[in-house]
Design a protein around this ligand. Structure first.
Ligand code: 4NP
Length: 160
């Protein structure tokens, strides 16, 4: 299973989502699940995550400093099983760029993770540390939901 976390800049939300999901997968020994992240925009390509994302992740024991931002590319639509989007605007852009075959595999991260319907992860870029902490809370809950979903699928009770 291959999961791509997608936001706008790939420096705030999706690096936190990648870090949280990796941490939960590690904890459960789910080493066959691949996780990566990307942004619909390329303005920050090559940069490490925003220092506020690095700080909030570190405060919860997760090191995301080695991540580097990149823009979503066409190959992502074939490589990844699911493109898990931070909000409706990102989802719209990802679906618009997707080949028809992949469109249904672009979904809202929180929905896919069982954390509510139409739920968004608000963009914290122009916000403060508290906004970043809120993003962490959301992606950490999503990571737990993803592990539960994968565990259920692996046990054959629901399709992945
Ligand atoms: P992200 O936040 O999508 O969560 O990484 C943003 C980062 C950068 C910009 C916007 C949102 N920007 O406009 O540069």
């Amino acid at each position: 299973m291959r999961l791509l976390m997608v936001c706008l800049g790939n420096i705030c939300r999706s690096p936190l989502a990648e870090g949280a999901v990796r941490a939960h997968l590690d904890r459960h020994g789910l080493d066959w699940v691949e996780v990566d992240s990307a942004g619909t925009g390329g303005w920050h390509a090559g940069e490490p995550p925003d220092r506020r994302s690095i700080a909030v992740a570190a405060s919860f024991g997760v090191d995301i400093r080695a991540q580097r931002a990149r823009k979503l590319v066409r190959a992502d639509f074939t490589h990844f099983d699911w493109l898990l989007c931070a909000d409706h605007s990102v989802l719209r852009d990802v679906r618009a760029a997707a080949p028809a075959e992949a469109r249904e595999r672009a979904v809202l991260l929180l929905d896919w993770a069982g954390q509510g319907t139409d739920a968004e992860i608000p963009d914290p870029y122009t916000g403060d540390a508290e906004d970043f902490r809120r993003v962490w809370t959301l992606v950490d809950a999503a990571a737990a939901g993803i592990v539960a979903r994968i565990a259920r699928a692996a046990s054959g009770r629901i399709p992945g």
